[in-house]
Design a protein around this ligand. Structure first.
Ligand code: G3P
Length: 215
């Protein structure tokens, strides 16, 4: 399973990229809006300079035609830009049209496996099931990843990748990998939490203390 960073913050992306684990970046309108005063095109272009992998930029139109128009523009910004569209009938139309033009899409806001299957059939490059938001409703979000993974694996025509999105804690990373996700897109904070363990810290302290005490 690969790691993407779920942020539009360039400092976070620069830092995580230096760890050697980043295969891509996902953004959404909320994450871009958090970077006050940032111009969307400039942010996406700068991210694409920092990370050599798929960079998702989300369309805000609600109609397929509008999404296609936005997507065609995003695609001129950098060859690694992936057009993110919502899982709606208009989103499916946009996926289908963009795929015919060779432009890759990420179908987002997926909350059931039927949505993921339809997105794949329309030609989506990636789907983004939101595990954390499903958990928030009291339902096991990881079951969604298991179902999509099983459905995709049973159909040799499907090459669509699964991004486990709305990741909230390190356990989500482990469970996503076990459930068959191709990618986990994580907030920077979750990546920081995932690498830390108190026994690692204590082990380092002990090693250093023993090293200093050698005669
Ligand atoms: O990748 C989707 C993600 O940004 C949504 O996360 O935490 O807002 O549910 P969250």
């Amino acid at each position: 399973m690969q790691f993407y960073l779920d942020t539009a913050n360039l400092d976070e992306i620069r830092e995580a990229a230096s760890w050697g684990i980043l295969s891509g970046v996902t953004t959404n309108p909320t994450l871009v809006a958090r970077e006050k005063g940032a111009d969307f095109k400039s942010v996406i272009s700068e991210i694409a300079e920092l990370v050599d992998g798929p960079i998702s930029a989300e369309a805000v139109s609600l109609d397929g035609e509008g999404m296609v128009k936005e997507g065609l523009e995003f695609a001129t910004w950098h060859p690694n830009v992936i057009v993110k569209v919502p899982s709606t009938t208009e989103g499916l139309k946009a996926v289908y049209q963009l795929a015919r033009k060779g432009i890759r899409t990420n179908v987002t806001l997926i909350f059931n496996a039927a949505q993921a299957l339809m997105a794949a059939r329309a030609g989506a490059f990636i789907v983004s099931p939101f595990v954390g938001r499903v958990d928030d409703t009291g339902v096991d979000g990881m079951q969604l990843i298991r179902e999509i993974s099983q459905i995709y694996k049973s159909d040799s025509e499907i090459t669509t990748k699964i991004i486990s999105a709305s990741i909230r804690h390190p356990r989500h990373i482990i469970d996503s990998a076990l459930a068959g996700a191709d990618i986990a897109t994580c907030p920077f904070k979750v990546l920081q939490l995932a690498i830390r363990h108190p026994l690692t810290d204590r082990g380092i302290e002990q090693f250093l203390a023993d090293w200093k005490s050698r005669s």
